[in-house]
Design a protein around this ligand. Structure first.
Ligand code: NAP
Length: 291
């Protein structure tokens, strides 16, 4: 198959490029094609002639979206619509990456794919509106919702905790937001399989299991054998511009229907640390291994 990946320079995009074998891949960053420019997007799709388009590009700074509302909607919603139009015109299949933040977090059991969207943040709204428009423009498209992404290809929570742990004896982390961490490599494998299985509709893809950010941070320092003590705190004591869902665990049922099972987040974390250490040894002295 010919695959065109928008967002190939991002955390997931880099994992897709490193893991995708046996197909013909074109990876694009914003410098190759800006999602906001329909002509650029259409020309790129025509030139690369894809069977599948994977749309992993987005404005992902959740707090930044609150203060840059226009940019959030022009990239995440209108940009996605541009890609969907080009896909339709070119008869390409589309897999769009979306987020657990399309939910408000008031549930206490895992969100199903058909639970109503109820985003609280600008980022969540921009993605929720994109989902709804894509379903209209391209009813056969595949929408993959994921959450709490981490990996060596960009800024992520485990990397932040490990950097803090190298200089601090104590770190406060919120213990009242619960979700599922997802390793970019595992998500990439699922995305590749979903394309090969010609998936359509909404699919939830996260690592198995759930935790709070505090529990995740504790597991990170324990696995790295750091001495830093992690203390539980609350969202109220640690306010951020964007409201996050208190609970955003996504049900794996939709993914299991495709015969795909994700490893647990604890297993994924162990593999991430091995990958991070390996890269750190390859590039000694380089603090930020994500670039
Ligand atoms: N990170 C998470 O925790 C998380 C959670 C749930 C869902 N997701 C979703 O998963 C997907 C992948 O996330 P990620 O963390 O891998 O993203 P990321 O690391 O922030 O990378 C974003 C990518 O989007 C590209 N991009 C940004 N603006 C663009 C524009 N106007 N035109 C074209 N490309 C543009 C960037 O290109 P440049 O490098 O050229 O700027 C980069 O390749 C996104 O759709 C995101 O919303 C992420």
């Amino acid at each position: 198959m010919r695959i065109t990946i928008f967002g190939a320079s991002g955390l997931l995009g880099k994992a897709l490029i490193s893991e995708w074998r046996d197909d013909q891949i074109t990876g694009l960053s914003s410098r190759d094609a800006d999602l906001r420019d329909l002509q650029q997007v259409a020309k790129t799709v025509e030139r690369t002639n894809p069977d599948w388009i994977v749309l992993a590009a987005a404005f992902t700074d959740v707090d930044g979206c609150e203060t840059n509302r226009d940019l959030a909607f022009s990239v995440n919603r209108d940009g996605a619509v541009n890609v969907a139009r080009a896909a339709k015109q070119h008869n390409s299949k589309l897999l769009f990456l979306s987020t657990d933040y399309v939910f408000d977090g008031t549930k206490t059991s895992p969100y199903a794919v058909d639970d109503p969207r109820s985003p609280e943040s600008v980022y969540g709204r921009s993605k929720a509106e994109a989902e709804a428009l894509l379903e209209e423009i391209l009813p056969g498209c595949c929408i993959v919702r994921t959450s709490w992404l981490f990996g060596v290809g960009g800024k992520c929570f485990p990397d932040t905790i490990l950097k803090l742990a190298s200089t601090r004896t104590d770190i406060d982390v919120v213990n009242d937001q619960r979700g599922s961490p997802t390793y970019a490599i595992d998500l990439a494998h699922a995305v590749i399989q979903l394309c090969r299985k010609a998936a359509s509709g909404i699919v939830h893809v996260t690592n198995r299991g759930e935790c709070t950010w505090f529990e995740f941070a504790q597991a990170i320092v324990n696995a790295a054998e750091a001495k830093t003590v992690i203390h539980p705190t609350t969202t109220e004591k640690f306010p951020r511009p964007a409201q996050r869902p208190k609970y955003s665990v996504l049900s794996p049922t939709s993914l299991v229907l495709y015969g795909i099972n994700m490893p647990s987040w604890q297993d994924a974390l162990r593999r991430y640390l091995v990958e991070r250490n390996f890269l750190a040894r390859l590039m000694p002295g380089r603090h930020d291994i994500s670039k």
